[in-house]
Design a protein. Structure first.
Length: 155
């Protein structure tokens, strides 16, 4: 297995911070590596629905995002990218304050399909949601010309 490039990981953290949708939800990449990712959100008013709990769409977005990044280093070809084709979310408990801590794990990376699972916890390690995502590997990726990345792996 190849070794992730620390400079690439550092740029990924910054990329997520400036990406429009993750930044809209104030997602912060905490960790990423081979087969895993961890993202946090500090709950704010913008995350809540009318009854004062975090909207289910925030939890779904967090599961989708952390599952995506959990398989990132499983895609080893530099000319490949991938996209979500399926998302399953189970809501287990409401969240009203503190942090949302999402942990994603790569389950399988094949030639065309990837699969990952994710859980969201609160600051007290209570599970709030569980989910899974299927992703399709695409033959080419658009270049991030405005945000170039160092090589993904140390050769």
């Amino acid at each position: 297995m190849k070794t992730p490039n620390p400079k690439h990981i550092e740029r990924l953290h910054k990329l997520i911070e400036v990406s429009p949708y993750p930044s809209l939800l104030s997602m912060q990449m905490v960790a990423i590596g081979i087969g895993f990712a961890k993202i946090e959100i500090t709950i704010a008013k913008k995350h809540k629905q009318l009854l004062g709990v975090v909207h289910g769409g925030v939890l779904a977005s967090l599961i989708d995002t952390v599952a995506f990044w959990a398989v990132y280093f499983g895609i080893q070809q530099p000319d490949q990218w991938y996209t979500s084709v399926d998302l399953k979310v189970n809501y287990l408990a409401p969240a009203v304050s503190g942090k949302l801590i999402a942990e994603g794990r790569q389950i399988k990376v094949g030639k065309k399909i990837c699969y990952a699972s994710a859980e969201i916890f609160d600051s007290n390690e209570n599970i709030l949601a569980h989910g899974s995502s299927t992703m399709m590997i695409l033959p080419h990726k658009d270049k991030l010309d405005d945000f170039p990345l160092p090589p993904k792996f140390i050769e």
